[in-house]
Design a binder for this molecule. Structure first.
Ligand SMILES: Nc1ncnc2c1ncn2[C@@H]1O[C@H](COP(=O)(O)OP(=O)(O)OP(=O)(O)O)[C@@H](O)[C@H]1O
Ligand SMILES: [Mg+2]
Length: 480
């Protein structure tokens, strides 16, 4: 499983590539086998004809002349020898189908049914005759030596799989007077030059098809990649523009379904937001009325406790409204002087004797909604001070993004809670028991604001201690 490429693109390329290579190998081997068979057939016909001609010539001559002619005709690769009686070759050598084919060809060429024996001595280039045949080394020596020399040459070795097997025949034919003549015949070793041309052609073909299929697979998988990144973007911005419904039918349908899903999600969220916002807003009036009424209470202690509860309720209502607004359309953006914004937050906190340090500065104004950005940063500063005694803001600026890191000197957050604290109304046990009076919406609001601006808020425990909240804001070009 591990070996499979992870991407659809990789898998399709793998299937195409292996299919193609397999098909090429199969067709090449079929080609080679067929060519070898034809070559062997035609050359055995030729050899049979030559042997028949010699036999007919020897038939017409006397013993002395025969010897002379045999000496003249015995030229490698065909060695001719006169014998009184046939040698007995092994049964395996006689049973060879090539031998049967060759003796049939020889009978046809001779035009009669005289006794003859054909045995195969060597079936592959370089394979020396063994067993009963090894007795014929004297006569075969020349060829066996040649074959051995060939197989020892490195490039001949490399070509071996592409060479047709060379066949060494021992043919014994009885002459009219009852004596025998023996021929050593070698059928073709297979031409060693053509396979390279063929291989080159196959290689070029393979490369062409590969390049084409690369383009085709890319072309087909691209819409999927677009769809995947659209789904990714939807997680960050529900109001992203709809996908273009183009391309092949399947992709068009997927894009259409995706767009419908997006618009129903938007409608769903808008409905809920409106209901929550209306409820939170309408709660404000009765709360104010109740606060006025507590003034009428005579018991001072009871009045104070009522007042505290009502203040908490009011805070919850305001925060819930803020949280809900985060889902609405981003407001008109304008350039914000980040240093000035941070310094004003620092001054506000100083009045309450809270320590806020600023390091580094923005290189250029950031384009966004100033109110929201202030809200986002101050939520993070509040947390740092409430749960970590001090807020240290580190500004990192670049052409692509503005990053604010807010570090504190507190205990940090357990790793498995780092994500949960972003959930609305989620507060850690430690802060719940402490009288910090939060609602558990601060981080959610900060993240909503950052995401609406295309960025994000993330938390990590700093290796040197304390929590580090990172506000990442990508820079867009100014609206002017
Ligand atoms: N810097 C921090 N160090 C340790 N714990 C933190 C830190 N910031 C947040 N937390 C934990 O995460 C919880 C959620 O924080 P969040 O800001 O969302 O809500 P809150 O501070 O409790 O209330 P609110 O901000 O709405 O007044 C907090 O209650 C606190 O337990
Ligand atoms: Mg908070």
């Amino acid at each position: 499983m591990r070996l499979l490429p992870a991407s659809l693109f990789g898998r399709m390329m793998l299937i195409l590539f292996s299919g193609l290579v397999l098909a090429q190998i199969l067709s090449a081997s079929i080609n080679f086998a067929e060519r070898d068979r034809l070559l062997l057939r035609s050359s055995s016909m030729q050899s049979a004809q030559r042997i028949a001609d010699i036999v007919k010539l020897l038939d017409s001559l006397g013993p002395a002349e025969r010897q002379r002619i045999v000496t003249v005709l015995s030229v490698p690769p065909q060695v001719v020898k006169l014998e009184a009686a046939p040698q007995a070759p092994s049964a395996a050598a006689l049973d060879n189908p090539h031998a049967a084919m060759f003796s049939a060809a020889l009978h046809a060429a001779l035009g009669d049914a005289r006794p003859l024996r054909v045995s195969v001595l060597q079936a592959a280039p370089g394979a020396r005759p063994s067993g009963p045949e090894s007795g014929r080394q004297g006569m075969m020596g020349e060829h066996a030596g040649m074959a051995a020399a060939m197989s020892s040459m490195p490039d001949m070795q490399a070509m071996r799989p592409f060479m047709s097997s060379g066949l060494m025949f021992l043919t014994q034919v009885q002459l009219r007077d009852g004596s025998w003549v023996a021929f050593d015949t070698q059928l073709p070793q297979g031409p060693a030059n053509t396979p390279w041309r063929l291989l080159l052609t196959l290689l070029v073909l393979l490369l062409t098809v590969l390049v084409l299929s690369y383009a085709a697979v890319r072309w087909m998988t691209r819409p999927l990649a677009v769809l995947a990144s659209a789904a990714d973007a939807l997680g960050k911005d529900i109001n992203r523009p709809p996908l273009p419904e183009t391309g092949p039918t399947e992709v068009r349908r997927a894009a259409h379904a995706f767009n419908i899903m997006q618009s129903s999600l938007v409608r769903f969220i808008q409905d809920r937001t409106r209901i929550f916002a209306a409820m939170s807003h309408d709660l404000k009036t009765p709360i104010t009325r109740m606060r006025l009424r507590t003034e009428l209470l005579e018991d001072a202690d009871l009045r104070q406790r009522f007042d505290k509860d009502l203040r908490e309720m009011e805070l919850m209502v305001t925060h819930t409204l803020d949280f809900m607004r985060g889902f609405e359309q981003p407001q008109a953006a304008r350039p914000i002087d980040i240093t000035a914004l941070l310094e004003s937050l620092q001054a506000d906190n100083q009045e309450m004797h809270r320590e806020v340090l600023i390091e580094g500065q923005a290189l250029a104004p950031y384009v966004g909604d100033p109110e929201r950005l202030k809200r986002c940063v101050s939520n993070l500063i509040d947390n740092a001070i409430l749960y970590g005694r001090q807020a240290r803001i580190i500004v990192e600026d670049g052409p692509a993004a503005l990053t604010l890191r807010i570090r504190d000197r507190g205990p940090g957050i357990a790793p498995d809670e780092l994500d949960k604290v972003f959930e609305p109304f989620y507060r850690l046990e430690a802060s719940r028991s402490r009288e910090t009076g939060g609602t558990g919406l601060g981080l959610g609001i900060a993240r909503n604001i950052a995401r609406a601006a295309g960025g994000d808020v993330s938390l990590r425990n700093h290796p040197e201690g304390g929590l580090e909240a990172t506000l990442h804001l990508p820079r867009k070009s100014s609206p002017e």
